[in-house]
Design a protein around this ligand. Structure first.
Ligand code: PEP
Ligand code: MG
Length: 763
């Protein structure tokens, strides 16, 4: 059973279209279960009907023509109850609805299971048989397992099918994909697909400008692969038996002009670039081998894949040499886009970002917000390979991506971009005002930085200093660790730009979702793994260089503060302080100067540190709450996982009550406390944090003016009354509504919904 299941899932997974997936699904399930009929009905959301999309056993002419209402027939029953229905005599069921076009009258027994994806019903998978018999438990369990395994494929394949139609027959039709807001704003432009190297499945189709050149690249790559196979064969002469070495001969034949290469060339002539053409041909062959019964022949599938990867690796070597230029108004699209890939791009060309993976608290999304680039992430049903050059709208307010939008929709969104610019211009008035409430309470507003561009953007918007400088960002833009002198120059620029205002430099915080291309950390469970201070304490040679560079950069400026990330024990603080003390002595000795000891703080990101905060705070000068990670660890929700993105909420009562305890505990030992996670820049949560008594809020530069307006418009008395009510509530959704209602009442709702309800007309 497990073997059949594995094969069904694999075959369906690699099918080239929605229809092919469904056809494979019904024929293989029918064969595996030995039933007479297997059919799939998919829900047509627009018409609220289940449409027969594929069948083995019923009349094939009925496919695409026969449908049932959502509460009609046995299929409707399965959909309504969202659970299996197993009947020995289908016609005796009160909901039985006979469909004459299908010829199903001959079949008495019926087993239907829902196809569910993220709590939504997508369709119903049905098997039928002539004999009047109930399907046994193991059959029912098998069908439920198949359906659960395939639901993601169906969701994805539906999207692929929709895209195929969009790109083929009906240009101009609007495709809409729902994801999660990564960074607010609207971006209109053309897709450029970013893909990881040496992974065939993610290579996009891309039109080629010069067919001859593309064919030449392919030939060169193939020649190199052939050469390496010949060399391998020679090397193995004394190691492998002649029959084992015969495989190399097979490879070489596959790679001659009459084999795969000829087919790839045909695809290039049809207009695809070499890598896309290679992917297409390899996928077709893999699929043909997959459906073969003969185990030996199926093994050849692995050879074809292997060859494909070898040729791809050669093509990509060439590709890396070609300088690559983004056009204006590019929307970066990818399965996943890391921060390091993002920051390497010419940022002024990027109008938006859309990714299949990720969630709003992933590091890349945070950086996109800092840069003011609209982003939608977690678009789990989007297939990116066919999107290159396609026109897109990224709606970073609603978490939507529009593919091939209509001219009307584009015009509508252009208006929105204009309104948005006006809204931001309207906030300019707050940039030089202190963040003082109407009843006289002042709060310090600082900025989170990392890139050079952040400096200019935040100075323009009246930041009172840097609450969090993410020092890992410049590390991500290199091919090796930056030297002490390189780091000193980067830090000096930050410190000088803000002096005399304070700049809080966080020591290298890598691991988790923050990777350095030249220092990969591969772990099963990276969020609970080697990250933040754990890495730097294990690598004093990296840590000391960074600390020395920070200290040298601060000479004569007196505005450096140092912040240690991901602290989870007192020992870590003691060790980090010890290394800092050593670095101070070394720099003093080297430069023969006296250094002011910088103020030192810890980040509160781990529940253990929250519980021990009073002990820890006394060892340092200040505390800064990293609410992004803290929320992740309190709620046990991976901040990068789109599947659980809707459970990750800063409005969760457990998060808010924890934040409230932290201020009290830190103030009780006489230290200042700030928040530098995303909560600080969200007007709703920022209002609650001010009421709790946080001394400083530090946020991305794109939120500075919003939060200043909030602070200058509200009264602390009102915010405190709201906080009191909120702390009694046990549900995140209710808390969010209470906060939104309060903002509405205070005339500040535009801070979180800058375009009011105007977007809803597009939905
Ligand atoms: C945080 O965790 O809240 C934080 C500010 O750090 P980062 O988002 O860089 O992990
Ligand atoms: Mg963090």
């Amino acid at each position: 059973m497990l073997e059949s299941l594995r094969r069904i899932v694999q075959d369906v997974n690699s099918a080239p279209s929605l229809q092919a997936s469904l056809d494979i699904m019904v024929s293989s399930v029918r064969a595996a279960m030995g039933t007479q009929v297997c059919s799939v009905y998919l829900l047509d959301d627009k018409n609220s009907r289940y449409v027969l999309m594929a069948t083995e056993g019923l009349n094939s002419e009925a496919i695409g023509h026969v449908s049932l209402g959502v509460s009609e027939g046995l299929v409707g029953q399965v959909g309504l109850r969202e659970e299996p229905l197993n009947l020995d005599d289908a016609s005796a069921h009160p909901k039985f609805h006979y469909l004459p076009e299908t010829g199903e009258e001959r079949y008495n027994s019926f087993l239907g299971v829902p196809i569910m994806h993220r709590r939504k019903i997508l369709g119903v998978l049905v098997v039928q048989q002539r004999d009047k018999r109930k399907f046994d438990e193991s059959e029912e369990a098998f069908l439920v397992t198949v359906s659960a395994q395939l639901s993601g494929v169906v969701a994805h394949a539906r999207a692929v099918g929709a895209l195929d139609t969009l790109r083929g027959k009906k240009p101009g039709t609007v495709g809409v994909f729902n994801g999660v807001v990564g960074s607010q704003g609207v971006g209109i432009g053309r897709a450029y697909v970013v893909y990881p190297p040496a992974q065939l499945a993610s290579i996009p189709d891309r039109s080629c400008e010069n067919t001859e050149e593309e064919i030449a690249l392919l030939q060169e790559a193939v020649t190199a692969v052939r050469q390496s196979i010949i060399e391998l064969d020679r090397k193995m002469i004394n190691t492998l038996m002649p029959e084992e070495r015969a495989l190399f001969e097979v490879y070489l034949r596959m790679l001659d002009d009459h084999g795969l290469v000829g087919e790839i060339v045909e695809r290039i002539v049809e207009g695809n670039w070499a890598q896309g053409a290679l992917r297409m041909v390899i996928e077709e062959h893999v699929q043909a081998f997959q459906s073969m019964e003969d185990a030996y022949l199926r093994e050849r599938m692995a050879d074809v894949r292997d060859l494909g990867l070898r040729v791809l690796a050669q093509l990509q070597k060439k590709d890396a040499i070609k300088p690559f230029e983004l056009k204006d108004h590019t929307i970066l699209v990818g399965d996943d886009i890391s921060t390091s890939v993002l920051v390497e791009q010419p940022l002024d060309k990027i109008a938006g970002i859309a990714t299949v993976q990720g969630s709003s608290n992933a590091h890349m999304a945070i950086v996109a917000r800092a840069l003011g680039i609209p982003a939608v992430v977690g678009l789990s049903e989007l297939s990116v390979t066919s999107l290159d050059e396609t026109e897109l709208i990224v709606d970073g307010y609603q978490g939507r991506l529009y593919v091939n939008p209509s001219p009307q929709l584009k015009a509508r969104y252009k208006d929105i971009i204009r309104d948005e610019q006006q809204f931001i211009a309207g906030l300019e008035a707050y940039k030089d005002r202190p963040a003082r409430t109407i009843d006289g309470h002042e709060i310090q507003i600082m900025v989170n930085t990392g890139l050079m561009v952040d400096v200019a953007r935040s100075r323009d918007r009246g930041a009172e200093g840097v609450g969090l400088y993410r020092s890992e960002i410049p590390f991500m833009m290199r091919e090796r660790f930056p030297s002490e002198e390189e780091q000193r120059a980067i830090y000096r620029f930050q410190l000088e730009s803000f002096a005399p205002r304070p700049v809080t430099m966080r020591t290298l915080d890598i691991g988790g979702d923050k990777d350095l291309p030249y220092f990969p950390i591969e772990e099963e469970n990276p969020a609970l793994g080697w990250r933040g201070i754990r890495v730097t304490l294990d690598h004093p040679e990296i840590f000391m260089v960074q600390l020395r560079a920070m200290l040298k950069a601060s000479c004569g400026l007196h505005n450096l503060r140092i912040l240690f990330p991901m602290i989870s024990s007192v020992v870590e603080i003691e060790e980090a302080l010890h290394l800092l003390h050593r670095a101070v002595m070394e720099v003093e000795e080297e430069l023969n100067i006296h250094l002011d000891k910088p103020l030192v703080g810890i980040m509160l990101e781990v529940p253990a540190a929250v519980i021990q905060v009073a002990d820890m705070a006394q060892l340092v000068d200040f505390v800064s709450v990293g609410s992004n990670d803290l929320t992740q660890y309190i709620l046990a929700v991976d901040r990068n996982n789109p599947r659980v993105a809707d459970i990750y909420s800063a409005y969760h009562p457990a998060v808010l009550r924890t934040m409230n305890h932290i201020v009290k505990d830190v103030h009780a030992v006489g230290r200042k406390v700030s928040v530098c996670g995303e909560m600080a820049g969200d007007p709703g949560t920022a209002m609650l944090l001010m009421a709790m008594g946080y001394d400083t809020l530090s946020m991305s530069s794109s939120n500075l003016l919003r939060i200043k307006k909030l602070a200058c418009t509200m009264s602390m008395q009102r915010a405190k009354a709201l906080l009191e009510r909120v702390l009694m509530v046990d549900s995140a959704a209710v808390i969010r509504s209470l906060v939104e209602y309060e903002l509405e009442e205070a005339g500040l709702i535009s801070l979180i919904k800058p375009l009011g309800q105007s977007l809803d007309s597009n939905s």
